[in-house]
Design a protein around this ligand. Structure first.
Ligand SMILES: [Mg+2]
Length: 231
């Protein structure tokens, strides 16, 4: 019997813990659709690890006009960005850098947007989100749609636009930081923000979707595509 392509991905990515409950077929199909849109996958900036993020972030970026962008707020991924997957604890080696980031971007200028903690499907009572807020002292978005969905982008911008301390008027004042091309970077580019790719997560994770997205990024760049930076 032939196993359909999507089902094979599902089998390959199965992990001993709660992968079945975390798998979102429509989000996965949606994410893979992005593979057909090469520029949507290219980060504006890549850094080896979370501890290598420049502070302030704008100093490492240039707009199409060749000037430093006015980055006022950050969207921060959690899993395998500053914490191990399935953990609400900042990875010990990154604690100092996390603190420096908070000092540079105080109040609501950092928003954690995870596809686990704070999502209505994975964290219906928002207990993970609350634990993460206690641990980090940073707001965690409660959201219905996962990254890189358009609805998730709307929820993020709604948060920033309504927060006086964030002082954000448009997506080009936001940087999205994360370890996944098809969620974090694709969403940044889709929303007109700056995508910052953490190349090495907290722990090595070798799944088929990750291999595919990184291989695709290398191919796209080899064909000469460049990051479509915000204006
Ligand atoms: Mg992640």
């Amino acid at each position: 019997m032939t196993i359909p392509f999507i089902a094979r991905i599902r089998l390959k990515t199965r992990q001993p813990k709660n992968t079945m409950s975390t798998f979102n077929l429509s989000a996965t199909i949606h994410a893979f659709h992005l593979l057909t849109q090469p520029q949507s996958l290219i980060p504006a900036l890549r850094v080896p690890t979370f501890a290598d993020l420049p502070i302030p972030l704008g100093q490492a970026l240039t707009t199409k006009a060749g000037i430093r962008p006015d980055i006022r707020a950050l969207v921060l991924d959690k899993d395998n960005c500053f914490a191990e997957p399935d953990s609400s604890v900042i990875y010990p080696a990154y604690k100092d850098h996390f603190q420096r980031l908070k000092e540079a971007y105080p109040g609501d200028k950092i928003l954690i947007v995870s596809n686990t903690a704070g999502t209505r499907s994975m964290d219906p009572e928002f207990r993970l989100a609350e634990a993460l807020e206690r641990e980090t002292g940073v707001r965690v978005l409660r959201h219905s749609a996962k990254k890189p969905d358009r609805e998730c982008i709307d929820e993020i911008m709604q948060f920033f636009l309504q927060s006086p301390s964030a002082d954000v008027q448009k997506p080009s004042q936001v940087a999205v930081i994360g370890d996944r091309i098809l969620t974090d970077i694709a969403m940044a580019n889709r929303m007109g923000a700056w995508g910052v790719w953490i190349e090495k997560g907290v722990v090595p994770v070798d799944t088929l979707p990750i291999r595919i997205e990184q291989l695709w990024l290398r191919k796209v760049e080899a064909f000469g595509y460049k990051s479509d930076k915000p204006v």
